[in-house]
Ligand binder design. Structure first.
Ligand SMILES: C=C(O[C@@H]1C=C(C(=O)O)C=C[C@H]1O)C(=O)O
Length: 290
């Protein structure tokens, strides 16, 4: 029987997915986070890089690979709240239907800051949604990266290293851009884990698929400039911006990432079942792929 993978195919997973050779007997489909979360939970795929909050909410049913994640320490650049009023004065925020984790992260950030704006599902760009009467717009993924760059680019020490929020322009009006991973870092001092590679308990991916993923990650990270060049063309962004975006990610679910994950799980899903991970890779796998 075929083992079915479901990939969220944002540029941030290109260093793992671009050179992945699926072993025989494995098929793959792609989609946005909410589609892949549903596909894994419905049983339409067997392994997927899903929104971490869905992994936490379904911790009784799911397990995750122990050494894969999409995490950052500090800014992520592609999970952005675009807003026209200061954070504390926001009244109505538009939420993208593509995201689960970033919505939960926004809710945690608002709660930590004691803020209670109305959150509503609505699709569009920051420009169209701000014009439609929202004063905040949550965007994720490749379009959020492009919109961030259009609003606050090019990269400067101010856009990468200084106090929140960044300021710029969208659709002719002044906007603030709050990077939610940077907010998370300001609140907790931990990395933020956006995605893990999860599967239904008792149905782990075949070892040759996991090993192929490790080898693909090593290949991608070892040739990051080429990965960035290819994707910069597709995204219509400068190569150095995409390179900066990609090297900023943490793909290995290391101890600091797990601390951040534990903290987020406590804040976002109080009372969740214990998080479960598959066995760590053996010496031979590590020697071949790290
Ligand atoms: C960093 C990102 O993280 C993604 C955000 C997700 C979510 O909000 O549910 C899910 C998977 C992540 O890969 C991004 O959207 O750019």
């Amino acid at each position: 029987m075929t083992y079915r993978a479901g990939w969220i195919h944002f540029t941030n997973v290109a260093p793992i997915l671009d050179s992945l050779q699926l072993p025989p007997g494995v098929s793959a489909i792609t989609g946005v986070p909410t589609e892949m979360n549903a596909a894994l939970l419905d049983g339409r795929v067997d392994v997927a890089n899903i929104s971490v909050v869905e992994f936490i909410r379904n911790a009784d049913k799911l397990e995750a690979l122990p050494d894969f994640s999409v995490s950052v320490l500090g800014p992520v650049y592609s999970v952005n709240l675009f807003h026209t009023a200061p954070l504390h004065a926001l009244k109505r925020i538009a939420l993208t239907s593509q995201s689960a984790t970033s919505v939960a992260l926004l809710e945690v950030v608002l709660k930590e800051r004691g803020l209670k704006p109305v959150l509503e599902g609505a699709e569009g760009t920051p420009e169209t949604l701000l014009a439609a009467g929202f004063d905040g717009v949550l965007r994720i993924g490749d379009s959020a990266l492009r919109e961030w760059y259009a609003a606050v680019g090019p990269l400067t020490p101010e856009t990468t290293m200084t106090a929140l929020p960044h300021t710029g322009r969208a659709g002719g009006q002044a906007v603030h851009v709050t990077d939610l991973a940077e907010e998370w870092f300001a609140i907790t001092g931990h990395p933020f884990v956006f995605a893990v590679w999860a599967y239904r308990k008792g149905y782990p991916p075949p070892p040759d698929l996991v090993q192929a993923m490790r080898e693909a990650r090593r290949e991608g990270l070892g040739h990051l400039a080429e990965v960035a060049r290819r994707h910069a063309q597709q995204l219509g962004l400068p190569e150095r911006v995409v390179q900066h975006y990609l090297w900023n990610f943490r793909y290995h679910l290391e101890e600091p990432d797990r601390l951040g994950l534990t903290e987020f799980a406590l804040k976002a899903v109080p009372g969740h079942a214990p998080l479960q991970f598959g066995p760590k890779p053996g010496k031979r796998e590590v020697e071949r792929t790290l």
